[in-house]
Design a protein around this ligand. Structure first.
Ligand SMILES: [Fe+2]
Length: 384
């Protein structure tokens, strides 16, 4: 049966080929090894761990499909030339086939700029239902941030909120860090100065993926929090100044952090791409970046490109500003968003935030688990 236009379909051809029909009319046979690696029967895979028994690199490179049949709608029985036979559901093959090469099956980023008027704010509840948490995660994964309101202001609550989404990433600043102006600060974050948009800790490998900032008290009129969608700015640069984009996605920049007990250094391009050319991460902290001593022409191009990127990052077109009130907590993707703050006068009163990091993959994992549970719950209800 042919697939409706715009969807993926499967068709048996000549009894020994399973054809994948892609949207747009393109179709090709599914590679026998691709399919063989995906056998999920107990002889191929440990049903408990869902890990393969065999190393698929040992399969015959000339493996063929000897026969393929459709014993029931949505089910394919395949016999391979190594003698193995397996049953596949159409749904599982099509689900894999529909994934873009680097898709990890989560809500894709919805890029935003300074015109974003309605900030994604939700009311925090420690005992939120799974469906509420799924909604929060959808917001976070789409926008790259979410603001929780009414978070209890007991010290260290930021760790509880972080633990609801992933594992704490402890650093030399501790499991949590206090952001308030202090004399002899070890980081400019701990002063009352304004901070331009930056990503945190590009000098670590890996970089802390997600940051949480919880406002325990803010009595100042300044000290507005700022966020910029680095992916939106990078895509604008790619469209408007492809040469600058190319330079920033191929120049390794060294980032450094030094204090009495710590010396961290890591290299990354300011705009990091994945193998398919899609944006993977932004590494940008103009107070900490050190480009290697390349030839003058290459450095000319780099300095021009960095200025282009930096000016866009600081432009109001892309930036949003908001006051973190007492009890607000912003959780943001430190690989996509840049954050900063306006300066404030510490004489006006206290401004005290507590921050923490969690790993980048926690919310994605939780999103998939909650979605899976919702799907199985729905099917249980339907069959009841
Ligand atoms: Fe920061």
């Amino acid at each position: 049966m042919k697939a409706p236009p715009g969807t993926f379909g499967l068709r048996i051809a000549s009894g020994t080929q399973l054809l994948l029909e892609r949207p747009g009319g393109v179709s090709y046979p599914i590679h026998p090894l691709w399919l063989r690696e995906r056998c999920r029967d107990a002889a191929s895979m440990d049903p408990h761990t869902q890990q393969r028994w065999a190393d698929p690199s040992d399969f015959d490179l000339a493996l063929q499909i000897v026969s393929v049949a459709q014993p029931a709608v949505g089910s394919f029985r395949v016999k391979f030339s190594d003698g193995h036979e397996a049953t596949f559901t159409a749904a599982e093959i099509l689900e894999e086939a529909a994934l873009a090469p680097n898709s990890h099956d989560c809500p894709p980023p919805q890029l935003w700029d300074g015109s974003l008027k309605e900030l994604p704010r939700v009311t925090w509840r420690a005992d939120a239902s799974e469906s509420e948490r799924l909604t929060w995660l959808e917001i976070f994964l789409s926008f790259g941030f979410v603001i929780f309101e009414e978070v209890p202001t007991a010290p260290a609550t930021v760790l509880e909120v972080g633990a609801a989404f992933g594992f704490t990433r402890e650093t030399n600043f501790g499991a949590l860090f206090d952001v308030r102006s202090t004399p002899n600060a070890t980081d400019l974050a701990y002063t009352s100065l304004s901070l331009d948009p930056h990503t945190d800790n590009p000098y670590r490998a890996p970089v802390p993926g997600i940051q949480l900032l919880h406002c325990l008290v803010n009595e100042t009129r300044g000290g507005l929090s700022t966020l910029v969608d680095g992916f939106a700015v990078a895509e604008a640069l790619r469209a408007q100044d492809p040469a600058a984009f190319a330079v920033l996605s191929t120049t390794p920049v060294r980032f450094k952090y030094i204090d009495a007990d710590t010396e961290l250094t890591a290299s990354a391009p300011p705009i990091e791409l994945d193998v398919s050319g899609a944006l993977k991460a932004i590494h940008f902290s103009p107070r900490l970046d050190y480009v290697p001593l390349f030839a003058p022409e290459r450095l000319d191009a780099y300095f021009r490109a960095r200025r282009e990127f930096d000016h866009r990052l600081r432009a109001p077109d892309f930036e949003i500003r908001f006051l973190l009130k007492t009890g607000d907590l912003v959780m943001f993707d430190n690989c996509r968003l840049l954050h900063g703050r306006t300066g404030f006068d510490p004489a006006e009163g206290l401004r005290h935030l507590q921050g923490a990091y969690i790993d980048i993959d926690g919310p994605r994992s939780l999103y998939r688990v909650l979605r899976r549970r919702r799907a199985s719950g729905a099917s249980v209800r339907r069959s009841a």
